[in-house]
Ligand binder design. Structure first.
Ligand SMILES: NC(=O)c1ccc[n+]([C@@H]2O[C@H](COP(=O)([O-])OP(=O)(O)OC[C@H]3O[C@@H](n4cnc5c(N)ncnc54)[C@H](O)[C@@H]3O)[C@@H](O)[C@H]2O)c1
Length: 258
């Protein structure tokens, strides 16, 4: 019996990186996975990998910034599985630029994915989860949601927003007694493609990120994290082992923010 056996789990931005690791880890413990993303071929190959490993998964196209698409994919999950037990609001982007360099369009795009996307997932996902036995929502924030992040100031704003949105909605759910727990998870420096996509100015020279060097300089012990390190935390929060864990923040950063 897996730790999340037969629970239906939606993972946004699950085609690659941390989201994909969450999908694979939850599937390995018996969850029925729905990966959503905007990169369809990559998302479908993630589903193939889970299926080949003996898990259950499907893929749906889903831009988290669109309310219509949220409503549509939740209807599709209702038709496919009749319930939703785990929601991992993972889709996110990072724009590396000081606020003096950042354009309004970049600021708004980042807010749309990182904040609107989480808002819409909570607003539309939780009532569906509450129809059956409740469930667990895990919102992927960051260490940048806990501490100042010069050069990523607007990103930090979105991630700080996710942290307090999570805690507040957790208390709204508890007051309703709807059985839904809401927590945030705060990765440190994790080896994913996000680090290659974040430069607002791709010609940025010294602005370019080398994730191994950043980890060496910033993380106690210099250790770079892996997506699986975060997926293991998501699995814990999703499982009934975390029955009494609500409105909390799970920091997985090897001491970076300590
Ligand atoms: N990698 C790190 O060091 C790190 C640290 C802290 C927090 N995070 C957070 O972890 C989450 C996952 O990031 P990652 O590192 O795996 O990055 P990633 O770029 O590997 O994966 C992000 C995924 O989100 C998807 N996505 C982007 N915009 C989307 C949209 N509008 N709708 C749906 N999907 C969309 C991408 O296609 C991609 O598959 C993000 O919220 C990120 O902010 C990452």
């Amino acid at each position: 019996m897996g730790r999340v056996e037969n629970k239906v789990a939606l993972i946004t931005g699950g085609a690659m990186g941390i989201g994909r690791a969450c999908a694979e880890r939850l599937a390995s413990e018996g969850a029925i996975i729905v990966i959503t993303d905007v990169i369809d071929e990559v998302g479908m190959s993630a589903v193939d990998a889970i299926t080949r490993a003996g898990g259950q998964a499907s893929y749906l196209h889903h831009d988290v910034t669109s309310e219509d698409e949220w409503i549509k994919i939740l209807q599709q999950i209702r038709q496919l599985h009749g319930r939703l037990d785990i929601l991992v609001n993972n889709a996110g982007i990072a724009v590396r630029a000081s606020i003096f360099e950042m354009t309004m369009a970049q600021f708004q795009k980042q807010n749309a994915v990182n904040l609107d996307g989480v808002f819409l997932g909570l607003k539309h996902g939780i009532p569906f989860m509450a129809e059956k036995d409740g469930g667990s929502v895990i919102n992927v924030s960051s260490v940048a949601g806990l501490m100042a992040s010069p050069g990523l100031s607007a990103y930090a704003m979105t991630k700080g927003g996710v942290r307090l949105l999570s805690k507040s909605v957790a208390k709204e759910c508890a007051a309703l007694g709807n059985g839904v727990r809401v927590n945030s998870i705060h990765p440190g420096i994790i080896e994913t493609a996000i680090w290659n996509k974040m430069d607002a100015n791709p010609e940025g020279g010294e602005n370019q990120a080398d994730v191994e060097t950043i980890a060496e300089l910033a993380v106690p012990g210099g250790i770079l994290g892996k997506p699986l390190d975060i997926a293991n935390g998501v699995l814990y929060l999703a499982s009934d082992d975390a029955r009494y864990v609500n409105a909390s923040e799970l920091v997985i950063d090897h001491g970076l923010s300590a």
